[in-house]
Design a protein around this ligand. Structure first.
Ligand code: ADP
Ligand code: MG
Length: 250
């Protein structure tokens, strides 16, 4: 359990709806993520989990409703504020998205230099510290192609953290990994949670959710059907819907 959870709203989701064509994918989500909280989102494929995450960092724009970051609605952000949203909200995807033509340390240094205007030396120092944090300092000079999936995902995490985000979003970060590599990635995520990082994690890793999440949200059909502390949601879900889903992933 993240010890740092506060009552300070960092992300507020207000009656968030998202349509693609004539399909309503998010049907009115109302939720809050407080600073220091770790939220795990579970739910069947196609239920809108990725779309919700993408609305949180403005990769998708809601059809109606709003997302507030630190109390300010994204639709009221200036272009400049929107441009820096990527610094404030880090995201880690299922398939890592590392730049294959850059070494590991260059991957981590790129955004701090380009976006924050950090000197090479300063970015190197930050980057090496973060690679050490994810257990990969010795891989700094290699190219992503020589990394295992678990290592690549840990580099992706270091790269996102290099911008000192206020919140980290993870979209099924271990789904593309061979089973023996899942643990190392979850271990680093748990360490990150223990630093007090606010995290929203789409994952079906129940062991992780039980240990680390403050709340689990169960989504189905574009709606948040149920939310609870992990021990409650996994052991005694309130709805048949959630029970059926949890029985399948156990
Ligand atoms: P989940 O992450 O829970 O599996 P998604 O948010 O990825 O669900 O997708 C929910 C639904 O929205 C799916 O039916 C998907 O096909 C649809 N969808 C997602 N993104 C787009 C898009 N850019 N254009 C059209 N349909 C989309
Ligand atoms: Mg998804």
């Amino acid at each position: 359990m993240a010890k740092a959870a506060t009552q300070v709203p960092l992300l507020q989701i207000k009656n968030l709806k998202k349509d693609f064509g004539d399909q309503q994918i998010l049907k009115g989500i109302d939720e809050t993520v407080n600073a220091g909280q770790v939220i795990c989102i579970i739910g069947p494929s196609g239920s809108g989990k990725s779309t919700l995450l993408r609305c949180l960092n403005h990769l998708e724009q809601p059809t109606s409703g709003s997302v507030l970051v630190d109390g300010k609605a994204l639709h009221d952000f200036t272009n400049k504020e929107l441009a820096s949203l990527g610094e404030r909200i880090g995201m880690v995807f299922q398939d890592f998205n590392l730049f294959p033509n850059l070494t590991v340390i260059e991957n981590v240094k790129l955004a701090p230099k380009r976006v924050k205007g950090m000197s090479d030396q300063a970015a190197e120092a930050v980057g090496m510290k973060l690679l050490a944090q994810v257990g990969l300092a010795e891989k700094a000079a290699v190219y992503p192609a020589s990394l295992s999936g678990g290592q690549a995902q840990r580099v992706a995490m270091a790269r996102a953290l290099a911008m000192h985000p206020e919140v980290m979003l993870f979209d099924e970060p271990t789904s593309a990994l061979d089973p023996e590599m899942v643990g190392e990635v979850l271990h680093v995520m748990q360490g990150l949670a223990e630093t007090g990082m606010t995290m929203v994690v789409v994952t079906h890793e129940m062991g992780f959710a039980r240990k680390v999440a403050d709340e689990v949200w169960f989504m189905a059909d574009g709606q948040l059907q149920e939310k609870a502390a992990p021990e409650t949601l996994f052991s005694a879900p309130a709805t048949d819907r959630a029970r059926e889903f949890i029985d399948k992933i156990i």
